[in-house]
Design a protein around this ligand. Structure first.
Ligand SMILES: Nc1ncnc2c1ncn2[C@@H]1O[C@H](COP(=O)(O)OP(=O)(O)OP(=O)(O)O)[C@@H](O)[C@H]1O
Ligand SMILES: [Mg+2]
Length: 486
């Protein structure tokens, strides 16, 4: 029986129920409201807290992490469940006072010290620990070289811990960039992520884009253009592709579009980043098309996002208002059958970042003239890191073959040793220093472990690619052949 099945069969035997973890559950369960968030509901009875355990969210280990956050005064108490998702539940909580609560000796219950003034509200995202296999997350996990060869692949708890940390890091990077609104990350501890709660008052969450009551059509256009501009800012400034961008993972708060749920977000160096970007663009277009407005061709948005510079753009590349103005004026609306046909082709592209990313089979098809390297998608200055191969005949002559000279610089000088496997009980947690968000200027300011991780991933990605790399002399022969054909 595989480890996963064993893991699933684990039960807490009666004897174990005297275990400290379960005593904790008893002690703190009165503070854990797990049903729908409402402030006028009677206190949650114990069996509801136990049901949460059954949902594999507030298991004893998670309780221990919550307890340590309460004891450090990070959070006061969980007030109820905001959302139950496939992989995680999100709860509402009030911030603690930064000091340990007073614990009443007799009852063992704790009372959080009152603070003057309103207490910040937090959203606590707790990843379920019973997910044995990341179902549709495989492609993020495989491409995320942190999982590939570390033991965590067979240890769901470690995978979930890394996944929650990844969401924390991505959220911190977006928040620090200052160019895209995102909830402020507070702390992550194992499978528990604490962030700012986006509230529309009385503890109710601000609406997701899908539930947002638009005032008029103009506002729908505004949020569509804003979403396209944010995809570009996420790629160019935060160096991330969301990879699950949709009307479910964006929140309208204080008349701004906030990005959430960035656990699966990847860097442009990720082998599938361009496919994920294409998927995001498709999902966003689908939603706004349903909202009845005219949309841009997917390939146009794709080029707008990945091009480093924009023709005729004279304003601030970091300013969403300038970008929205540019989008409204310069991006052509999708209007003809031809546009749809070209988008269809674009969806079938086998996107590679450079010639080095092409595989043996691509070169076979190339020699048989089955496809060409599409230059029209490559923004002039983007040529060096993007080439799209297309499995379609081309008749118009303006498609020229990619420059054959692209070399994969795979001698990435990376001295970082492999990820140290944190031990399971490690108490480490990451939290957000309360300094002012600063604009990231490239890789100079990223934190060192992200840098280490990025280099490791890039190195592993290149090692992977090298396996299918075409020898230089074959490439030279092919390029010579195409030159002689012209
Ligand atoms: N910081 C926040 N402030 C307010 N509401 C939030 C916050 N974070 C998450 N939510 C609410 O919780 C829901 C689920 O959050 P999120 O998408 O991050 O988790 P998830 O596991 O991906 O859930 P799902 O599987 O449903 O997408 C969001 O759609 C949103 O309504
Ligand atoms: Mg989500």
């Amino acid at each position: 029986m595989s480890l996963e099945d064993n893991f699933d069969k684990l039960t807490v035997s009666q004897r174990a129920s005297d275990h400290i973890n379960n005593q904790l559950l008893e002690k703190y369960s009165h503070k854990i409201k797990t049903d729908e968030l409402s402030f006028n509901r009677a206190k949650t009875s114990k069996d509801k807290a136990n049901r949460a355990t059954v949902e594999n969210v507030l298991d004893p280990r998670t309780m221990r992490f919550l307890k340590s956050m309460v004891n450090r005064g990070v959070i006061a108490d969980l007030n109820g469940c905001l959302s139950t998702g496939k992989e995680a539940n999100v709860y509402h909580a009030f911030a603690g006072t930064g000091k340990a609560p007073v614990i009443d000796e007799e009852t063992g219950k704790y009372e959080v010290l009152e603070t003057d003034g309103p207490r910040p509200e937090y959203a606590i995202k707790i990843y379920k620990t019973s997910i044995l296999v990341f179902k549709d997350r495989e492609r993020y996990v495989d491409g995320e070289f942190r999982f590939r060869n570390s033991r965590s692949q067979h240890n769901p708890r470690k995978m979930i811990k890394i996944w929650a940390e990844k969401e924390f890091r991505n959220l911190k990077r977006i928040y620090q960039s200052g160019v895209i609104p995102a909830p402020k990350p507070i702390e992550v501890k194992n499978n528990v992520l604490v962030m700012e709660f986006l509230s529309r008052g009385n503890g109710f969450a601000s609406p997701k884009l899908k539930d947002y009551p638009y005032r008029d059509r103009g506002e729908i256009f505004h949020y569509y253009y804003t979403m396209v501009a944010y995809m570009r800012l996420l790629y160019q400034v935060c160096r991330l592709v969301h990879a699950d961008l949709s009307e479910y993972n964006t929140i309208i708060h204080d008349d701004k579009l906030f990005m959430i749920d960035v656990s699966q977000s990847v860097e442009p160096e990720h082998p599938m980043s361009l496919d994920f970007l294409r998927m995001d663009i498709k999902n966003v277009n689908l939603y706004f098309e349903k909202m009845g407005i005219s949309i841009f061709p997917e390939r146009v948005i794709f080029q707008f996002v990945i091009s480093e510079s924009l023709e005729k753009f004279k304003d601030d590349y970091h300013n969403v208002t300038d970008l929205v103005g540019y989008i409204a004026k310069n991006l052509p609306i999708k209007s003809t059958e031809q546009d749809e046909a070209e988008d269809e082709i674009f969806r079938s592209l086998h996107l590679v970042r450079s010639l080095g990313g092409l595989e043996e089979r691509d070169f076979d098809r190339y020699t048989d003239g089955k496809f060409d390297l599409l230059k029209s998608l490559i923004a002039h200055d983007n040529e060096r890191n993007f080439a799209a191969s297309e499995q379609f005949e081309f008749d118009n002559a303006d498609h020229t073959s990619g420059s054959g000279s692209e070399e994969f610089s795979d001698d990435e000088d990376d001295s970082s040793e492999n990820d140290k496997e944190g031990n399971e009980e490690s108490d480490d947690c990451a939290y957000y220093e309360d300094d002012e968000p600063k604009i990231l200027k490239g890789k100079r300011y990223e934190d060192k472990d992200v840098k280490k991780l990025r280099k490791q991933e890039a190195k592993d990605a290149k090692r992977e690619k090298r396996k299918t790399k075409v020898k230089k002399h074959i490439k030279k022969k092919l390029v010579k052949k195409t030159k002689s054909k012209k």
